[in-house]
Write a protein that binds this ligand. Structure first.
Ligand code: FRU
Length: 481
């Protein structure tokens, strides 16, 4: 599909956009597709004050078949504008999808690297070792809107021969004058790993090394990200095929990070134990960037590939969303995630409750933030909808998110937790982002309810103070195109 074809179909799809706009599950303060499907955030950057959020977008198909790069900008994370998509599958090397990629602001322009997906349909292929191409493509823009020519940088035959054809999602890590590029990969033994290329001035890319974990951790690692944070080096990946371990790794695919020690230049690195970013049902493919004020900001896809439940929004012409932007801070080997400061400006109608008062509250506006500060808490059960609850039991060392019927196929998720000091629950109509202990533990999930909901403590052993705010809608404009 090229831009002319896109414009034609966009015109024809007015009804789908109108159907989506009317849906009662639409979100107030999260990015979601105007119609169709959204997945990974791509090319995140801030350029001359403007934040550019590109993303995997299938505007005409709720199940996300052919991917292009959608484009939204904001200067303050309150007012957003959707623009015409910037990258289309119109090139020999990306004809079956402009897959995920990233951006580097340098030399007065934005430099992009992404994966062009090509699927061969002329034979009997396994699409792992045969039948596909994942091409590394570069392009650039002087304004973030108008993109220059696509340039093929490498294709599968340029990658080490022990890798399968699954090699994708480039992200650049500049360090000591060298540009490293990480790509998620599956090797010919079906072990997940990260391919590292090396370049100079974002050019002359060549093979550097492959990074593995100590023990096999899944068959494929998607969407890697590599960055320095508070004196450590963090390697993010989305491993596929990791078996359940106690109460965790229950989703079909995982997302999280290793701390990386050693010397990348000398190809001598070691990965720590993996830690999940998020324990909910709907979080995957996060990407980070450093903004002009030096914050490390993460945006994730509020969804997961290959999940075995159906979002009811698909009946209304759209599916999935992106998380709020989260600022990352690393302390004692753990990444803490907090919604960026700007999100606070969406707060309105502040109310304060004692724990006793915070029971069976009838709530009609499901766009709210709920903060609770605990003292000596041994146990609680906090209802967030009629049948959705967050519970903590100190004696078991567990925190549990129970979705009831409103999970529409999502049931229970847990994680280990010895103490709860505070929680910050963002409810946005059909989405939750729940931050525990200043963002040490996070649960992100979609949830579907109808009508007035009762929220509040059903059980509490300990003391708590609760603050609630209504959350305003972000301002969201769409260019004519
Ligand atoms: C992750 C992912 C990436 C790929 C993109 C395609 O969700 O599968 O690996 O580039 O989505 O949309």
């Amino acid at each position: 599909m090229n831009i002319e074809e896109f414009r034609e179909v966009w015109e024809e799809n007015k009804e789908l956009r109108e159907l989506a706009a009317k849906d009662k599950d639409r979100l107030n303060y999260h990015i979601m597709p105007t119609s169709g499907w959204v997945n990974d955030p791509n090319g995140l950057c801030q350029f001359n004050g403007v934040y550019h959020i590109y993303y995997q977008y299938s505007p005409f198909d709720v199940n996300g078949k052919l991917k292009l790069w959608g484009h939204i900008t904001t200067e303050d994370f309150v007012k957003y504008q959707e623009h015409e998509p910037v990258l289309y599958p119109d090139y020999r090397y990306d004809q079956n999808g402009v897959y995920s990629g990233s951006a580097v602001v340098r030399n007065g322009k934005i430099n992009y690297f992404y994966t062009g997906n090509v699927k061969h349909l002329d034979g009997d292929y396994d699409y792992i070792m045969t039948g596909r191409e994942q091409n590394l493509i570069a392009c650039s823009s002087e304004d973030g809107f108008n993109f220059g020519e696509k340039e093929l940088i490498m294709t599968n035959t340029d990658f080490p021969s022990n890798l399968s054809l699954h090699v994708r999602d480039p992200k650049v890590y500049p360090k000591n004058g060298v540009d490293y590029m990480v790509l998620g990969a599956r090797d010919d033994n079906s072990t997940g790993c990260v391919l590292v290329l090396k370049g100079k001035d974002l050019k002359d890319w060549e093979y550097h090394t492959i990074i593995y974990s100590d023990e096999k951790f899944g068959y494929m690692w998607e969407c890697p990200d590599l960055f320095d944070l508070n004196g450590e080096t963090v390697l993010v990946t989305c491993p596929q095929g990791v078996p359940e371990e106690g109460y965790i790794y229950k989703n079909v695919h995982q997302n999280g990070y290793f701390l990386m020690s050693g010397d990348l230049a000398a190809k001598d690195v070691k990965l720590s134990k993996f830690r999940l970013f998020d324990y909910g049902f709907d979080f995957y493919a996060p990407q980070t960037f450093e903004d002009e004020s030096g914050r490390r900001i993460l945006i994730g896809w509020m969804g997961i590939p290959d999940a075995d439940y159906t979002n009811r929004t698909t009946e209304n012409g759209w599916q999935h969303a992106l998380t709020m932007p989260r600022e990352l801070i690393l302390k004692n080997g753990i990444i803490y995630q907090r919604p960026i400061e700007e999100i606070k400006s969406l707060r309105g109608n502040n109310r304060t409750f004692t724990a006793d008062e915070f029971k069976d509250l009838e709530v009609e506006n499901l766009s709210f933030e709920l903060c609770a500060e605990f003292e000596k808490c041994n146990e609680f059960k906090l209802n967030l909808r009629n049948d959705i609850s967050l519970s903590f039991d100190k004696s078991k060392g567990l925190i549990e998110l129970n979705m009831g019927e409103s999970g529409c196929g999502r049931d229970v998720r847990y994680t280990y937790c010895d103490e709860v000091r505070n929680i910050d629950v963002y409810s946005d109509i059909s989405a939750f982002e729940i931050f525990i202990n200043d963002g040490e533990i996070v649960f992100t999930t979609r949830a579907y309810t109808d009508g007035i909901q009762k929220i509040g403590f059903e059980k509490l052993d300990g003391a708590a103070k609760v603050y609630m705010y209504d959350m305003k809608k972000i301002v969201f404009g769409i260019d004519e195109f």
